[in-house]
Design a protein around this ligand. Sequence first.
Ligand SMILES: Nc1ncnc2c1ncn2[C@@H]1O[C@H](COP(=O)(O)OP(=O)(O)OP(=O)(O)O)[C@@H](O)[C@H]1O
Ligand SMILES: [Mg+2]
Length: 541
Amino acid sequence: MNGTVTSISGATVCVDLADLKIGDRVFVGTSRLTGEVVRLDDKIATVQVFEENRGLGIGEPVTTAGEPLTVALGPGLLGGIFDGLQRPLPLLLESSGDFISSGQNPFPLDRKKTWEVTTHSKPGDSLHSGEAFAKVREGHIEHLLLMPQDGTLQQLEEGKLTLENPFATLADKQPLYGWHSWPVRKARPYQSKLPPTKPLVTGQRCLDFLFPLLKGGVAMVPGGFGTGKTVLEQTIAKFADVDVVVYVGCGERGNEMAGLLDEFGELEDPRTKRPLKERTIIVANTSNMPVAARESSIFTAVTMAEYYRDMGLDVLFLADSLSRWAEALREISSALEEMPGEDGYPTYLGSRLSGFIERAGVVKTLSGGQGSLSMILAVSPPGADFAEPVTQACLRVSGALYMLDTQLAHRRHFPAINWTQSFSLYSDTAMAHFVEEHGEWAKLQARCRDILQREEALREVAEVVGMEGLQDGDRLLMRTAEKIRLDFLCQNSFTEDAFAAPRSTIESITTLVAEHDQLSAALDDGALLDDLLKEAANAPR
Ligand SMILES: Nc1ncnc2c1ncn2[C@@H]1O[C@H](COP(=O)(O)OP(=O)(O)OP(=O)(O)O)[C@@H](O)[C@H]1O
Ligand SMILES: [Mg+2]
């Protein structure tokens, strides 16, 4: 069915097209710009156009895709770089150069690539939606091909196939391909949600030791300008012990994304020894790309993340930053003249955000396996004001908070995680796991926190009386706390130290605390701190 453009106001366009539903994808104008129906009146539909629409005129044709905004799910997503509408950026670059021309919709997956398909079921099997009917090897993972709907298999193909060939035929003669599409705003189904239990090792000592995250958990990383959100997210993307990483650059600088892409092409995954790129999907909607597609980018990305979770894999979703996403939402909402809520954000900001964050978790998949989707979400509150609506809305649904501190960043203490204000609700569960594996973890964590807290109090005293005025025991404590801060909590992402395995993390902190206890015992026996430190400095290493 065809309609026409009746009015245009920025990226918001009214069209006279009947039989539309909210959320339907439409193609606007002669250059077929992608848009989404956001409001329906009697005969007029309001469409949010996701692409640059300069040059669009009244009376240009509009057609509907007859379905909501979807993503294509199938082998070949890993290593992919997409925009917020899942258009493959390398292909767009080839066809239209550095600045994407509007109206291009190349298929996101490589249709010509051959895959070695092995069957996972047999003719006559009746499978439910989400159950696997075949599998292919995609890099380091076994990619399960999942049924897009319920059906009985009549025939299954094996061997070398491309995405253009049917992989199977259903009893009603319908062909089943190696890919299917899924609406981005609809969470993929699962059998049941399970509580997260396994730790997600980030390789960051401060996080793994003090504020551990679990697979299936959600952490938020609020931080002011230049506090290290991007570096932290990208470092975790490199080293986290998960099968698949989905990284969304949402409204951030284009050159940072370009740097990430170059680096991922060269680095290898320390666990599988294969290029890091092979386990990563990047969704880039940088600050120089249209704002409206930014709103859809996190949904596009999370749907791809869920797809890999449904194969029984551990997936990590990283977004940088949700504040830029919320700003896009605000811009769209104000163009629609909706009633503004706090700080001008739409009143549904909280529910939209929690609906998205709820898609994280550990699940029993429809094919009977267990998969997890964890999230680490950066938030950049203006003026580092953590009371603002986006930070608060995220906080309500996050299980861990990694608060980045402007003062620590100024002192070049990176990652600038404030150890008094950050928290992890997963700590006890993670600890139970770590204690089994690494013995003293819980005791050490309590000691470390205690030393850092006592240092805070002592620092105030030292400011008044000077370090010389402190007793030897207090000076020792300040020395140990400093060592914990500088040698343990600080971790430079641009050196070999960027990743710390749990075993080395526990060894480092054990050594620091043991040295403190040894010196403390010597002080109790009447020794003087300066003599002990001189002795320690001269001792052979
Ligand atoms: N872990 C780290 N190790 C070493 N240097 C770091 C680390 N984290 C941050 N930095 C330094 O801080 C700078 C700013 O970091 P980053 O770009 O990640 O901040 P940001 O919070 O993303 O900033 P913005 O708010 O502008 O997006 C980096 O260029 C780097 O020099
Ligand atoms: Mg940044």
